[in-house]
Design a protein around this ligand. Sequence first.
Ligand code: CA2
Length: 147
Amino acid sequence: MPAVHVINGPNLNLLGAREPSVYGAATLDDIKARMAELCAARGVDLVFRQSNHEGDLVDWIQEAGRAGAPVILNAGAYTHTSIALHDAIKGAGATVIEVHLSNVHARESFRHHSFISPVARGVIAGFGAASYVLAFAALFDEEPRKI
Ligand code: CA2
């Protein structure tokens, strides 16, 4: 089984330091440690990355696609702006689960649209750091599709 790639976008390096009422108290290192535990328990490798630069995210999605690896993607604000990420996911043919810490639909209207969702396998939002854990569960313990 190829490694699980967890890809984090802009400003997520600030998690835990500011806005805990919106994004929770967990740092990105806390989330990485939790994902590492889950991967170790499954005997699968983890590639965990963060960048503030859109092109890095494009490169990493392409890399995951070439490896046939599943991606848990929190693209941060690029979720709402990036046709490049949309195209990268489509082109890479990677299985991508879109995650958000916050419930973007309960926030400003500019966060309601996602360029990722139409090319994602599914979307999980609003559960803080647990959104990542739920995405991992979806990858490995998926129920048969009902719809
Ligand atoms: O809820 C999420 O996970 C988001 O992807 C987080 C993004 C935001 O732009 C999306 O709309 C929803 C923001 C990343 C975190 O930004 C921080 C800024 C200051 C302090 C801590 C985090």
